[in-house]
Design a protein around this ligand. Structure first.
Ligand SMILES: [Zn+2]
Length: 163
């Protein structure tokens, strides 16, 4: 098991914030997310996690129980990530070796290229040399730095943390 450094918060997001959840996982943050969880289920799962939700009532309920809860705001993913940087002092950096699977939140690991042959589109297999696989045996999703990586770099540049 790869553990986060103690200063790195863990998150739980409500069902409206799926896209933000995928980005937080990509940047290596342990992030619980399900679009089917009720408010009560979320409150049961929070523990030491920071709750992100736009639901003011849920924020109030969480805070009343002593949990940390924040509204990441409206707008683009960039705007929300920026707001988390400001409010929590977190940094988002490009390190695919620390990423978590966007689908199941399990850490990914770099795997030898030949291991993913047949599991990724042929074109991507030819063009790329580094592949990461989700370490959850039930998931095993494969990742590579495809076109979407350009957007990731752009966002990190905007956030000023891609140094
Ligand atoms: Zn996975």
């Amino acid at each position: 098991m790869i553990q986060n450094p103690p200063t790195q918060p863990r998150f739980i997001l409500d069902g409206m914030l799926g896209s933000l959840a995928r980005w937080l996982r990509l940047f290596g943050y342990d992030t619980l997310y399900s679009d089917t969880q009720s408010d009560d289920e979320i409150l049961d799962l929070i523990q030491d996690r920071v709750l992100l939700t736009r639901d003011i009532e849920l924020i109030a309920r969480a805070r009343a129980q002593g949990f940390k809860a924040l509204n990441p705001g409206e707008g683009s993913v960039e705007t929300m990530l920026e707001s988390l940087q400001d409010k929590l002092g977190v940094r988002f950096t490009e390190d695919p070796n620390r990423s978590r699977c966007s689908q199941c939140n399990t850490p990914v690991r770099l795997v030898p290229k030949e291991e993913v042959e047949g599991d990724v589109p042929e074109g991507s297999f030819k063009r790329h040399h580094k592949f990461w696989r989700c370490t959850n045996p039930a998931c095993q999703k494969v990742y590579w730095q495809g076109r979407h990586w350009i957007r990731i770099r752009r966002i990190l540049n905007q956030l000023g943390s891609n140094s």
